[in-house]
Ligand binder design. Structure first.
Ligand SMILES: Cc1cc2nc3c(=O)[nH]c(=O)nc-3n(C[C@H](O)[C@H](O)[C@H](O)COP(=O)(O)OP(=O)(O)OC[C@H]3O[C@@H](n4cnc5c(N)ncnc54)[C@H](O)[C@@H]3O)c2cc1C
Length: 403
């Protein structure tokens, strides 16, 4: 048995940032339990992100593969570029850095430690059970944090959200050596290459770039090729399609799933908070999850520190985190879910019109797009209406009402 003030299940960006926040701001004892043998083994993500992460969370240059001045949006026959500066991280190195920084401040990071469930005392979460070194070990804590990503190991067992009911998708990319003649992130909305999703190319430093495809399962079914090619075949088709890049060698493969609901789910319970993808924090429009996951960790850490100061870790006190998330992100995420529901189901003509509309955004609107703060007017100006969309009204209304 081990005892800590806080035990974090999951060592991805959200769990590690939570541990960093606590360790930089207090003397509380913290343990992070990660099922993989090293933090670097969580190698699913492209690592595209923005200054809010790099400057906001003191991310060192050595884990940044490229910094780029713009983002290109493409449809089957349209291409527009916005001045939105961005970064591409070396995701495994980024996680290793977050873990090292937390450990330097006294956090115990246990890898090879798979959390199997919560320990409950009088309906309050009092710790977790973990498999470690072939045995089972109990970790008791005043506060437990679920940061296990889309698995939502504790949140799903405690009924805080239903991962089965969430919209699911997958992504796969190759990290390649070769040449890509743009210094921008590129997103392409085109069912030919990414049915029901998007394809991307991100510069990742000298002679290296990342090229991939993702889709939402429901929309993939509607737009896929009759041959039912797997995602590898789509990535390869995307690689072979274009003279703007030239692939010499595939040096890495990254893949994973994403799960998204309306983000109005429960984020706290007695003795527990959930952060990152364990509680569907990722943005439902573009699937960006690093920034919102770390933001959720920061918000949760504020509230947990306050709860520990008060000696009260009840749901009532911890719900200040849930309120803050829902105020800042929850309602916006509902709207973005609606946009996603339309966007990934657009026909080719709508994809082109959408991209051209993106090209018309002013500098201020582009900045709002980057912050996910588009107004209703902004969104309407982007929307390429087609009569077929009217049949979607019941689904869209459900997204607004749920929760
Ligand atoms: C192909 C792909 C590309 C992506 N590209 C981007 C991108 O460019 N930019 C962006 O912002 N987002 C991107 N995302 C999304 C982003 O990676 C995630 O939203 C983000 O990693 C979520 O962080 P997290 O800490 O909540 O969860 P995760 O990163 O999923 O971390 C959860 C951790 O918990 C561990 N874990 C799981 N179960 C247990 C258990 N039982 N016990 C202990 N540990 C456990 C896992 O091993 C993992 O290390 C991408 C996702 C995919 C799949």
């Amino acid at each position: 048995m081990a005892e800590y003030d806080i035990v974090v299940a999951g060592g991805g960006p959200a769990g590690l940032q939570f541990a960093r926040e606590i360790s930089h701001r207090s003397a509380h004892s913290v343990a992070v339990l990660e099922r993989n043998e090293t933090l670097r083994d969580n190698d699913k993500s492209t690592g595209g992100t923005f200054h809010q992460v790099v400057a906001g969370y003191d991310i060192p240059e050595r884990v940044i593969m490229s910094s780029n001045p713009g983002v290109i949006f493409e449809g089957p026959e349209a291409s527009e570029r916005l001045e939105i500066p961005n970064y591409v991280l070396d995701f495994p190195a980024f996680l290793a850095y977050l873990g090292e920084d937390a450990a330097e401040r006294g956090v115990d990071v246990f890898t090879g430690s798979r959390v199997s469930g919560p320990i409950l005392e009088d309906e309050t979460v009092a710790g977790v059970v973990a498999r470690q070194n072939g045995g089972v070990r109990e970790f008791y804590a005043d506060v437990v944090v679920d940061a296990t990503g889309p698995a939502g190991v504790l949140t799903s067992e405690l009924g805080m959200w239903d991962p089965e009911a969430a919209q699911r998708g997958i992504g796969k990319e190759f990290e390649v050596c070769g040449s890509f003649d743009r210094n921008s992130m590129l997103f392409r909305f085109d069912h030919e290459y990414a049915p029901g999703g998007y394809a991307w190319v991100f510069p990742a430093g000298d002679g290296v770039f990342k090229i991939g495809v993702c889709w939402v399962d429901d929309f993939y079914e509607r737009h896929r090729r009759p041959s039912g090619d797997n995602i590898d075949a789509y990535v390869r088709r995307w690689i072979e399609s274009d003279s703007r890049w030239d692939v010499e060698e595939i040096r890495g493969v990254h893949a994973g799933e994403v799960a998204s609901d309306n983000s109005i789910n429960q984020r706290v319970g007695d003795g527990i908070v959930a952060v990152g993808d364990a509680v569907s924090s990722l943005n439902p429009m573009f699937g960006e999850g690093i920034r919102p996951g770390m933001e959720s960790a920061e918000m949760a850490a504020d509230v947990v520190l306050d709860a520990l100061r008060k000696g009260n870790i009840s749901r009532r006190i911890l719900s200040a985190y849930e309120d803050r998330w829902n105020r800042k992100r929850g309602s916006r995420w509902k709207i973005q879910r609606i946009v996603g529901e339309l966007l990934y189901d657009f026909d080719a003509s709508q994809q082109n019109r959408f991209v051209r509309n993106v090209g018309q955004l002013s500098g201020e609107q582009a900045a709002r797009l980057q912050r996910y703060e588009l107004t209703l007017f902004d969104l309407l100006s982007l929307y390429p209406f087609a009569p077929k969309d009217i049949t979607k009204a019941p689904t869209l209304l459900r997204h607004i009402r749920v929760g």
